[in-house]
Design a binder for this molecule. Structure first.
Ligand code: FES
Length: 210
């Protein structure tokens, strides 16, 4: 059987020059000029174009708009129907993380009015509950921290016992013409002995629902 010669095919193709390495190189077809840099840049700009199309297309455009802040840290509205009557048990507004108390005029030397007490204990930050059943000094009804026992009055969150460095902090309140109120939970003021004097009422009158 006749053996096929290896490496002789190119030299026998039609039109191929014969003879020498230079002649063989010249006979090759031109190479495509796509190097690695061109490839990477094409991929990058392709990805950018796809991202832009997705944003304009809708799924990503949402994050371009500032969202309205709600809840704690923002103004929190409280309807008139939730406002406690003077001297009644405090009302917890979970959304704003505060207790709403209505101090009767004359209590704790207060002219009377609404007070928003931040629920966070000034000691180490535990959430302070209202304890209607807790007896202290022969009187029932206190804000009592479950962590280390700081105890605060209903009439203004004044500290009467425990390691807290000050009374409960307060938040600013504004009234609406409807009788509803807005509590500025982003404006927390350090609690002080003057807490009962910080109570506010609309035009010196008891708010609606009181
Ligand atoms: Fe409230 Fe310590 S965190 S008394």
């Amino acid at each position: 059987m006749a053996r096929k010669e290896v490496g002789t095919e190119s030299s026998t193709q039609e039109g191929a020059p014969v003879g020498g390495a230079d002649a063989a190189r010249a006979a090759r077809p031109p190479r495509t000029l796509v190097n690695r840099r061109t490839f990477v840049l094409s991929g990058f700009w392709g990805s950018m174009a796809a991202l832009g199309a997705a944003i304009v297309g809708g799924w990503g455009i949402d994050f371009l708009w500032l969202k309205e802040i709600t809840g704690f840290g923002a103004p929190v509205d409280v309807s008139a129907s939730k406002i406690p009557a003077p001297g009644a048990d405090p009302v917890h507004i979970a959304e704003g993380r505060f207790w709403l108390v209505n101090i009767p005029a004359g209590e704790a030397d207060s002219p009377g009015g609404l007070l928003a007490l931040y629920q966070k204990c000034p000691h180490l930050g535990c959430t302070v509950p209202w304890r209607a059943d807790f007896d202290f000094g022969g009187k029932k009804g206190w804000f009592r921290c479950p962590c280390h026992g700081s105890t605060f009055t209903k009439e203004g969150g004044i500290l009467v016992s425990g390691p807290s460095p000050r009374p409960l902090d307060t938040m600013a309140i504004t009234f609406k013409p409807t009788g509803d109120i807005t509590v500025q939970t982003g404006q927390v003021r350090a609690g002080g002995q003057d807490n009962p004097l910080r109570g506010v009422s609309l035009g010196g009158q008891a708010p609606a629902g009181a």
